[in-house]
Ligand binder design. Structure first.
Ligand code: ATP
Ligand code: MG
Length: 156
């Protein structure tokens, strides 16, 4: 890991640009909240956090509902930021939720074949966030959507 001070808002903007076409194809709107936020400086490995956010946002685009939205929210606390990626898709059934961070685990195998990918994304995310001493929290409600959140510290 290569820790430095990075702005996670600008990383998110870069990822949105990168995934814009893919999101457009499903009519999914990508947004950052709060709207007025300019930057969030944290100590992190920029490339790895790019990978983490890319997987969460890409999952929202692939598994979210058509013409829905994927939003990334930043909340500031004294020593860290809380980052939440949320979609308004069909959600992840409760009995699968505990297993999605396992390597190659996918909820719907036939649907996953269409979307491409390997089912490794969240296993890698978990590994990277562990190295950042961050914990991941996931909540999902059927027909309402899925929220993944994690913290990144402002200092070492
Ligand atoms: P890859 O990340 O390698 O491209 P993937 O996206 O299918 O493949 P993961 O990111 O590890 O793999 O996600 C694991 C599984 O969890 C997915 O296949 C999907 O079934 C489920 N999942 C992940 N995110 C969401 C989401 N936002 N909504 C619904 N299901 C999800
Ligand atoms: Mg993925």
């Amino acid at each position: 890991m290569n820790f430095e001070i990075v702005d996670i808002v600008s990383i998110t903007e870069d990822i949105f640009e990168q995934l814009e076409n893919k999101a457009d194809k499903r009519g999914i709107h990508l947004k950052i909240r709060p709207k007025a936020i300019k930057e969030c400086a944290v100590v992190a490995d920029a490339q790895r956090i790019y990978q983490v956010l890319t997987n969460f946002i890409d999952n929202g685009i692939k598994y979210g509902k058509e013409n829905g939205k994927v939003s990334v929210e930043f909340e500031e606390f004294e020593e860290h930021f809380l980052i939440t990626v949320e979609d308004d898709g069909p959600g992840i059934p409760k009995d699968h939720l505990a297993r999605i961070f396992e390597r190659f685990y996918r909820v719907d195998k036939s649907r996953s074949r269409e979307t491409g990918g390997t089912g490794l994304g969240l296993a890698i995310v978990k590994h990277i966030l562990n190295a950042h001493k961050s914990s991941i929290n996931v909540t999902s409600t059927p027909e309402t959507g899925t929220r993944f959140s994690f913290t990144l510290s402002k200092g070492i």
